[in-house]
Design a protein around this ligand. Structure first.
Ligand code: NAD
Ligand code: UDP
Length: 316
């Protein structure tokens, strides 16, 4: 297949590029580096099957080549990133999604939208099944991301219903692993880089809020399976292992052996969700997929990667 991956130089996108190259697909990776990095795809650029285009997909993209599949993953994803770039985030989720759906229609390509568990907002239903409509504050600071993804889902369903496009929506829950930017501001890279530097780990609020963390290799396999299933309704992908943020900070301290580090409590950001755990019944029924990597194991691998990139860590 000819696969177009938007956001391919980002954390998840670069792992997807790698995974699909392994299956001998041809990849066109499009990214404007707003939160991605050259180094995430540098090792792929020499390959004959990999093409890179630096382009902002909120602007129309004219691509003469045939495209069989569009994986639309471009969007800032870390809360500090989308709070820093609110309008580019709104644009890529709306105009960028419109442009990519337009391309899917013109090329007769299949389309997958990377959505998020953030569409559930601060949920009252726990764990979250796809049928839950969510509790999002549209005008709060996180609204620029949450509402854009909700709009992108609505747009994707409209193109499916109106134009018969073969679409998929994956609702990704918190994912971590190698190639996260060390300073991207999400909990896992923050805790690991703080522990490696011997600094205090910054836990927001009392750390009692929960997240369920998926290792990136598991996520990519889940996505790979869903690519082959014609199911236009949203599907959760993630790991149901649920931890409080304080427990996670303590686990990182233990795994890094961060002797000089302690835990420091900071104010909870506005509208920070109190709990998050995926109901995985749909993906299990559709593909049989289950995540395999326990958090302790995935974190150890991620810490190993961060250690190897200690030089970049020192600069960030
Ligand atoms: P990331 O910031 O590492 O990657 C996003 C990529 O998109 C970056 O390379 C960035 O430069 C690119 N991009 C952003 N706007 C663009 C534009 N206008 N044109 C071209 N490229 C653009 O984030 P990530 O964690 O890899 O997230 C990837 C996707 O998965 C996002 O759509 C995100 O919403 C979704 N997601 C991620 C998580 C997670 O836990 N990592 C959870 C839920 C959803
Ligand atoms: N968090 C924290 N310390 C940090 C970064 C994040 O306690 O240095 C908390 C944050 O408030 C949230 C959780 O960890 O409750 C997960 O945050 P992250 O930014 O990783 O993802 P999201 O909020 O989008 O789920």
């Amino acid at each position: 297949m000819q696969v177009l991956i938007t956001g391919g130089a980002g954390f998840i996108g670069s792992h997807l590029c790698e995974r699909l190259l392994r299956d001998d697909h041809d990849i066109v990776c499009v990214d404007n580096f707003i939160t991605g990095t050259q180094s995430n795809v540098a090792h792929l650029r020499a390959g004959r099957r990999f093409r890179f285009l630096q382009h902002d997909i909120s602007k129309p993209l004219d691509l003469p080549a045939p495209v069989d599949y569009i994986l639309h993953f471009a969007s800032p994803a870390s809360p500090p990133d989308y709070l820093k770039y609110p309008i580019p985030t709104l644009k890529v989720g709306s105009l960028g999604t419109l442009n990519m759906l337009g391309m899917a229609k013109a090329k007769g390509a299949r389309f997958m939208l990377a959505s998020t568990s953030e569409v559930y907002g601060d949920p009252e239903v726990h764990p979250q099944p796809e049928t839950y409509w969510g509790r999002v504050n549209p005008v709060g600071p996180r609204g620029v991301y949450d509402e854009t993804k909700r709009f992108a889902e609505a747009l994707t369903m409209a193109y499916h219903r109106e134009h018969g496009i073969d679409t998929r929506i994956v609702r990704i829950f918190n994912t971590y692993g190698p190639r996260m930017r060390l300073n991207d501001g999400r909990a896992i890279p923050n805790f690991i880089s703080q522990a490696l530097r011997g600094e205090a780990l910054t836990v927001y609020g009392d750390g009692g809020q929960t997240r369920s963390l998926c290792y990136v290799d598991d996520l990519v396999e889940g996505i790979r399976g869903l690519m082959d299933v014609a199911h236009p309704d949203p599907v959760n992908v993630g790991n149901p292992e649920e931890w409080t943020i304080l427990e996670l900070a303590k686990l990182v301290l233990e795994l890094v052996n961060g002797a000089g580090s302690r835990i420091e409590f900071r104010p909870l950001p506005t509208d920070d969700p109190k709990q998050r755990r995926p109901d995985l019944a749909t993906i299990t029924r559709l593909t049989g997929w289950r995540p395999r990597v326990p958090v302790r194991e995935g974190l150890a691998a991620t810490i190993g990667w961060f250690r190897q990139h200690a030089q970049a860590l020192a600069k960030s």
